[in-house]
Design a protein around this ligand. Sequence first.
Ligand SMILES: Nc1nc2c(ncn2[C@@H]2O[C@H](COP(=O)(O)OP(=O)(O)OP(=O)(O)O)[C@@H](O)[C@H]2O)c(=O)[nH]1
Ligand SMILES: [Mg+2]
Length: 436
Amino acid sequence: MHQIIQEDTQIRAILVGLQTRQSDEEFGRAMEELKELAQTCGIETVSTATQKAANPVQATYIGSGKVEEIRLAAEMLQAELVIFDQTLSPMQFRNLGKELGVEVMDRTGLILRIFAEQARTREARLQVEHAQLQYIMPRLAGMWTHFGRQAGSSGSQSNRGIGETQLELDRRHIERRMAELEKELKAVARERVTQREKRLRAGIPRVALVGYTNAGKSTIMNRMLEQNENPDAGKKVLEEDKLFATLDTTVRKIEPKGRKPILLSDTVGFINELPHSLVKAFRSTLEEVQYADLLVQVIDYSDPDYRECMRVTEDTLKEIGAAGIPMLYVYNKADRVPDLPFALPAVRTNSIYTCAVSGTGIPELWDLIEKKLQEGSEICRFLLPYTDGAVLHHLQEETEVLSTEYQEDGTLVEVRCKKTVKERYERYLLRKDQQG
Ligand SMILES: Nc1nc2c(ncn2[C@@H]2O[C@H](COP(=O)(O)OP(=O)(O)OP(=O)(O)O)[C@@H](O)[C@H]2O)c(=O)[nH]1
Ligand SMILES: [Mg+2]
């Protein structure tokens, strides 16, 4: 077998930011995040260029003087790539590529590339490829790109200066591939729906970990898995100091000793201005969040910008139709905050401060989750006629049965259940005055 010895192939890039409405501080942080995104992709930042302007220039995003300055810098610093902080229009892409003479990328392209590199499961791969193709389509003419190759287009390097025929061929090729992907994605989503329905019927509450990327969601998932009565029941998930370490939703049943089981899911992290095509592509995996009984928002409390991250998380939740689900706040990485005025874990009604790496606060988080889940449910009594045996069976699967009594006119069951379940079985419900 051959072993391919790779040279150090870190790509050298110049980052470009245009400060329009943001404050200096906001802009600085956005540029810092851009650098981190590049680093996640194995791209080395050799220089950063910024400009202040009320609006982007329509043709080239930044002013022509700045373009020239960057072109010279790229030459001098031997940069092969220039990355822009905002999504460029297809025209800006084309023009900048021509004028700079090196590869051009924008923030969306960068995020898509990270997703492509990290995608592990078949579904994530399909979703990312679809989002990439959607992004490439209108930009085909101006790209000579890594994407072409990754996404299976026949374009790649040849995109530069190619004739219309080649472009047309590429376009048709991409359209065909996108249709194929959509078909496959539908099939995978159907499989997942069946699995979810099975779990739904089992009546186990579903809790989803959500939050900004790198906040510590997967670490918390792993600490909670360690509390499993049967440690083999839940394989660990990947936790890593990296943006978008998690792309796939993992659902695990956790049954800690002396506690009720829950279904816990770990999901993809959010980021400011997550490309829309990605949100759309990931919508089906994020359904686990949409159907959760409780959301646990994990926050990197050591990030000075954590409030902004919370805003982004909540906006994204709205976008995927998961607003209005009860939520707990976990202020994680509290160990990295100097001079905390309280001891860990400081438990509040709706929040807790944790250090997930050491496991500080995890048992208390369990307590909070249990309490919160109970809040959303109530104790009801149903009288089910013996002729409706199947209904009794469903009810037992969907609720937590507290007692069962066989009476003359049917089975009297007392259960703890969610409001939606109560409404569904309303006709069997015993009113308060019948409950004596
Ligand atoms: N100091 C400290 N580090 C932590 C804590 N929790 C997590 N980390 C570290 O933060 C990094 C990211 O953790 P993950 O659990 O992968 O974060 P995530 O939210 O799942 O991130 P994505 O999947 O990339 O969105 C890892 O290197 C963890 O070891 C904590 O409480 N304190
Ligand atoms: Mg993760």
